[in-house]
Design a protein around this ligand. Structure first.
Ligand code: LMR
Ligand code: SF4
Length: 512
């Protein structure tokens, strides 16, 4: 099987950079159904452009290439030890070439291994089957959507929906609630895999396994097929929309599986996947290790997408546009309101979990007064001259910084925070008190934003690892939407409230 390492490397590259046709079609449909001129339409246009750019650049669709998870079926006699060696070698190579972000972090020390290997990483599940070929499936599921997975233990009380019992209607309520609780934080519009039954572990495994089904397949269990149809007809009535901006499409797919459980437990487990639904598979010849067939590629190529120039994008949307260059003044910030599109030109600094924790008790290596913090963990490579190159640079989920953000804004005089998914009441109060804004970039649009970065002017805290370091980036035409302003307004708060009101319309039983 000497070709196996190259096969796995090709599979990883394809999964990370080229969204499969069934997922693209779902996103295309959402884009066609979105009301023109809305923020959700802007987000879907940017996402569509980003998908095309990733394919063209053979570079990660999203900077977070997730926890590489392989599900493998092997004929009797195949050497799994050899396979694991080849998989790990391919993962290291894919990381070196910028197709994967180094994502393997020691949970106790915080140290990033740098090559995507570590205890339990990558995840590799083997099972034997009676066919004489190897079936290898890979999913790259990022942390932001993984954090929106949820597991319900029935019976339970659900906000907006009331009691969820140990029956199909209780399951219905859990699934609707799982879409509501994700809001836009897991980069909606999303896909969900649902596992009914099992224990805490196997329930979640069943949920994630559903994500390997094709977007347009039909559930072989008629009762579950009916429930999937119901969810797809109704979840979008929550109007959470793309990125949680409000809008017509919140859910792009729902796949449900069921297994036996023990009498005391009744779990409903939901694996929430973002629009960057990256899963691919191949069948492989056990003798050579070569690819026989791709499993999620259609014959006809996806329709060509013309990548909108920022100018073109701006023309489609009648929102106020404000061009800003850091350092930004308090007056400029207080002039902004929710819905404005801010175009940034100049120096911004990345910072996420490790940096925010550090800055609470330490000084910043750079002057952040009037500055912009970008919640982002980029994919970075050094070019032949040893200069850093940004390969992918979309936003991470901002809510994780909620415990720190207001204090950091006050301490350093920061004027704008860029991220996705919004922040909470403490930050909203801080924006008002200290004069700052929250700018929602389009989650997952890693190529789109990498394209706006004209230079890397340095980096601090490399000891935090590439994703968590403080990168000093020069940007041009970096567009993001004001979704929390310095006057106490928050689009996220409004959408959460309106979607909760809408959720309540599904309280009455549907499935007896
Ligand atoms: O880790 C990241 O860069 C993004 C993450 O997947 C997130 O959605 O927050
Ligand atoms: S940033 Fe968004 S698109 Fe990327 S992995 Fe996280 S949830 Fe998915």
């Amino acid at each position: 099987m000497e070709a196996l390492k190259d096969t796995i490397l090709e599979l990883i590259t394809e999964t990370s950079t080229n969204l499969s046709p069934d997922v693209r079609a779902a996103i295309r449909k959402a884009k066609q159904q979105e009301d023109a001129g809305t923020r959700a339409a802007l987000a879907l246009s940017t996402i569509t452009d980003n998908i095309a750019m990733a394919e063209e650049n053979v570079s990660p669709i999203c900077q977070d290439t997730g926890m590489p998870t392989f599900k493998i079926k092997v004929p009797v006699g195949v050497n799994q030890l050899e396979m694991t060696k080849a998989i790990k070698a391919a993962v290291v190579e894919a990381t070196k070439t910028g197709k994967l972000r180094p994502n393997s972090v020691d949970s106790l020390t915080g140290e990033n291994s740098g090559d995507n290997l570590g205890e339990g990483v990558p995840v590799i599940h083997y099972e034997q089957w009676d066919k004489d070929e190897i079936d290898i499936r890979l999913i790259l599921k990022g942390g932001g959507c993984e954090n929106k997975n949820i597991q319900y233990s029935l019976p339970c009380e659900l906000e907006g929906l009331g009691r969820a019992g140990r029956d199909l209607d209780g399951i219905r309520k859990c699934i609707l609630h799982s879409v509501y609780q994700a809001q836009g934080q897991g980069c909606s519009a999303g896909f969900i895999g649902v596992g009914i039954g099992g224990d805490r572990t196997t329930g979640y495994e069943l949920a994630k396994k559903q994500l390997f089904r094709k977007v347009n397949d039909t559930n072989p269990n008629p009762e579950l097929a009916k429930l999937e149809d119901y969810i797809m007809e109704n979840a979008n009535k929550l109007s959470i929309g793309t990125m949680g901006f409000g809008g017509n499409t919140t859910l792009l797919g729902c796949k449900i599986g069921s297994m036996h459980r023990i009498p005391a437990s009744f779990y409903v487990s939901v694996a929430y996947n973002c629009w960057a639904f990256r899963r691919q598979g191949v069948t492989v010849d056990p003798a050579t290790g070569k690819i026989k067939e791709w499993l999620y590629k259609d014959e006809q190529p996806a329709p060509q997408v013309t990548v909108n120039e920022p100018e073109q994008l701006k023309k489609n949307f009648d929102t106020r546009e404000v061009v800003l260059t850091p350092p930004i003044t308090e007056e400029q910030v207080r002039d902004l309101k929710v819905g404005d599109v801010v175009i940034l030109n100049g120096l911004i600094h990345t910072g996420r979990d490790a940096l925010h924790k550090y800055l609470m008790d330490h000084n910043s290596p750079v002057d952040l007064n009037g500055g912009v913090i970008y919640h982002c963990g980029p994919v970075m490579l050094k070019d032949k001259d040893g200069n850093w190159e940004v390969k992918a640079a979309g936003p991470t989920t901002s809510i994780r910084e909620e415990p720190y953000q207001a204090d950091i804004i006050k301490k350093f005089g920061i004027r704008a925070v860029i991220g996705k998914g919004g922040m909470g009441a403490k930050t909203l109060q801080g924006l008002k008190e200290y004069g700052a804004v929250y700018l929602n970039a389009i989650g997952g649009a890693a190529q789109y934003y990498a394209n706006c970065i004209t230079g890397v002017e340095g980096v601090d805290f490399m000891e935090f690892g590439v994703p968590e370091a403080m990168w000093h980036l020069r940007v041009k035409n970096f567009a993001a939407i004001v979704t929390m302003d310095a006057h106490g307004n928050s689009l996220h708060k409004d959408v959460e409230k309106s979607s909760l009101d809408k959720l309540a319309q599904f309280k009455a039983p549907v499935f007896s």
